[in-house]
Design a protein around this ligand. Structure first.
Ligand code: PMP
Length: 380
């Protein structure tokens, strides 16, 4: 342990926690300085929405601080059951099942669905929670090139010659580091052709993209299961799976990450419930967010940086060298902007970057100030 920590320190990769206090959805302070936050996932500002906070309080008042047991014991209150029905109905799926976090869901569902006769095929840039799920399984595990439908097709063709009892394809709809999106229609077609089960992580798209903010998976035929988190655009915490009734039954009977953990606390259920009611009607927030995305991307390009393949509220400012990314993050911080440097091994070597995330609650002026600072950095 000591050696590993010393190595981290030597490589300037030692992680520590900083405490922040939020003033509003996009402004936070570390006690000394106030920052415009370009690192959060509160894409619609719902974490500070009065209705969301009010329902969290109401459910806590009525049901208590905790659910006191796991779902299969006595932790399923009527508010959990109603919320699952409402989630399934709103997103247009037969069923839904709450999980305590996206990480918990991804890291345990995948091994629940596979055994040593199965194959997991995952996009190379899949989130750590998905990777964790694949590694925890006894299945064969292969990865296809990022967003490459043709590589997926080749690998499925190869796999068809082998004797797998089940093939599960895993991808994200909107990738958390590059901000680009998968071709879900073609992926679904391929999965259908080869009889593979398609599991899509819609964490960053739900609330923001798709008709009524119902995600990039919404209304796409051939997706078997969707994972969405409530810690991002929902502004709350927790996660849910969208699936068939049979799959829901299977997960609640066999998935350890669902079975052996205390149910989501009432306040969190209240926050999710209120956010779910608000999201479909937040079209003006989504329009504003799209405007912000265009402005930010154009400005970053004008300042001389690439934004890679990003086409969303997640925008990388490609820097390349690690030291440069760290120096730019530090410079931005000293100018009042929180924007995280992302370095290898989180991203491939030579692709260190600053990762910007935008919220509908940012003001145009925030983006202009940020771009002015970025230009000052470029022009020395
Ligand atoms: N999937 C993706 C793509 C994510 O980015 C994240 C969060 N960083 C998760 C899953 C995990 O979700 P949660 O925060 O609810 O654990």
């Amino acid at each position: 342990m000591h050696k590993a920590l010393a190595k981290r320190k030597k490589q300037h990769q030692f992680r520590e926690l900083t405490s922040f206090a939020p003033s509003d959805a996009v402004t936070i302070s570390d006690g000394e300085q106030e920052f415009i936050n370009f690192s959060g996932n509160d894409y619609l500002g719902l974490s500070k929405h009065p209705e969301v906070i009010e329902r969290a309080k109401k459910y806590a008042d009525e049901y208590g601080a905790g659910a006191t047991a796991s779902r299969l014991i006595n932790g399923t209150y009527d508010i959990h059951a109603k919320l699952e029905k409402k989630l399934g109905h709103t997103f247009g799926w037969e069923s839904s099942l709450l999980f305590n976090s996206g990480f918990q869901a991804n890291s345990t569902i995948i091994s629940t669905l596979t055994n040593r006769h199965s194959l997991i095929l995952a996009d190379k840039l899949s989130h750590r929670s998905l990777l964790q799920g694949a590694l925890a399984s006894r299945a064969s595990f292969r990865r296809f090139k990022h967003n490459s439908v043709s590589d997926l097709a080749d690998q499925l063709k190869e796999a068809a010659k082998e004797d797998f009892s089940r093939i599960i394809v895993i991808t994200e709809s909107l990738f958390s580091m590059d901000g680009d999106s998968a071709d879900l229609e073609k992926t679904a077609e391929l999965c259908k052709e080869y009889g593979a089960l398609l599991f899509v992580d819609d964490a960053h798209a739900v609330g923001v993209w798709g008709e009524q903010g119902l995600g990039l998976t919404h209304n796409i035929d051939g997706i078997d299961m969707v994972l969405a988190t409530c810690g991002k655009a929902f502004g709350a915490f927790g996660a849910f799976v969208l699936c068939t009734k049979e799959m829901r039954d299977y997960l609640l009977n066999f998935c350890p990450g669902f079975i052996y953990t205390t149910a989501l606390p009432p306040a969190v259920v209240g926050a999710i419930d209120a956010a779910l009611g608000l999201i479909p009607d937040m079209e003006s927030e989504r329009t504003r967010l799209r405007r912000h995305i265009e402005k930010m991307k154009a400005g970053i390009t004008e300042a001389g940086f690439s934004t890679g393949t990003a086409d969303s509220q997640i925008i990388p400012i490609m820097v390349g060298a690690e030291e440069q990314a760290l120096a730019l993050a530090k410079y931005l911080k000293s100018n009042g902007f929180l924007a995280t440097a992302i370095r290898p091994p989180t991203v491939p070597a030579g692709s260190a970057r600053i990762r910007i995330t935008l919220s509908s609650q940012h003001k145009e002026e925030h983006i202009e100030l940020f771009l002015t600072a970025l230009n000052r950095w470029t022009n020395g």
